[in-house]
Design a protein around this ligand. Structure first.
Ligand code: DON
Length: 303
């Protein structure tokens, strides 16, 4: 398969979609990102990398990082995690408060904000230095070019009233063990991670490879845990657009409001796209289209 030629075709075909979405504006530093950026990278399990456009520029991965924290929590506590967070699609916006009240402070899944905040609380039980250890975990995935953007983290900490409400509500229901400020600090750092498309594709490769990091051979998750991570990505990775993403793209993946999307074809490859303009669900317009074109042109999908 000539992946490079396919990336070039995709790049041409997504051009008309620029201007259809909006850059995230509720996090001050993200407002300033150039809306015309577009990068894409593929990492195959035999170690080939294909890339195009702004694939070497770091961007705020935001909620894509929820995959790393879930993998780390799965690695640390296994199935015990599911006593405190569900595994069903939410069908609601990523920052929704209402569902949490109906469901007694147990978030629907680990990829909505409430669920990711809960996962951070679990990590705080086990990590000596949460911020350093979360970043260290991503670096183990053969990606060294990964950092926190302190400006983004600080901005989210000072304006994240909705996230503060989610943690407070869960704490009131006895589902958060640590101090609210401590959970928010770790969560905002996690969301502020900056990576390139090439780094993001590489760091997702273990999810295409049964839980083992290609190249280093380090096992992060068991085969069964990896299957389950991919199932959660497929059903919950795009919030209330997860069904449409599965229908149009057919890959397990995860998006973030920085405009990043990362996805895998188990047994074959991982792929990351960055384009900052978002649709109403908070997912990258060109990112989703690029992946739809990718699975259509290659005939690859999990179905
Ligand atoms: O908590 C927030 O609002 C952001 N730090 C992350 C949101 C996000 O990326 C959701 N994605 N689509």
């Amino acid at each position: 398969m000539d992946y490079q030629a396919i990336l070039e075709e995709i790049f041409e075909e997504v051009q008309p979609l620029f201007g259809q979405g909006q850059v995230a504006d509720y996090i001050e530093p993200l407002k300033q990102v150039d809306p015309n950026k577009f990068g894409i990278a593929i990492e195959t399990l035999d170690g080939q990398c294909y890339q195009l456009g702004d694939s070497q520029e770091r961007f705020s991965i935001q909620s894509v990082s929820k995959v790393f924290n879930l993998a780390l929590a799965t690695n640390l506590v296994g199935d015990a995690l599911w006593q405190r967070v569900g595994m069903e699609p939410s069908g609601n916006p990523f920052n929704s408060l209402v569902q949490l009240e109906y469901e007694n402070g147990i978030p629907r899944n680990p990829f909505i904000n409430a669920g990711a905040l809960l996962v951070v609380d679990v990590l705080l039980d086990h990590l000596a230095d949460a911020n350093a250890d979360m970043l260290g975990f991503v670096r183990q995935l053969r990606c060294s070019d990964v950092y926190y953007d302190e400006v983004v983290a600080e901005s989210e900490k000072t304006t994240g009233y909705n996230n503060t409400a989610l943690v407070n509500y869960m704490k009131g229901r006895g589902n958060i063990r640590h101090e609210v400020g401590q959970v928010l600090d770790a969560y905002c750092h996690q969301c502020s991670i900056t990576m390139t498309c090439t780094g993001l594709a590489r760091s997702f490769a273990f999810l295409a490879n049964g839980g083992v990091v290609p190249g280093s051979g380090q096992r992060i998750l068991t085969t069964s845990q990896t299957k389950r991570m991919n199932a959660i990505m497929l059903t919950c990775g795009f919030y209330d657009e997860s069904g449409e993403f599965a229908y149009k793209v057919g890959m397990p993946g995860k998006s973030g409001v920085g405009g990043g999307v990362a996805a895998v074809i188990p047994g074959k490859l991982s792929i990351a796209v960055w384009s900052p303009e978002l649709n109403e669900q908070g997912n990258s317009v060109l990112g989703i289209k690029a992946l739809e074109l990718f699975t259509t042109k290659t005939g690859l999908s999990i179905f």
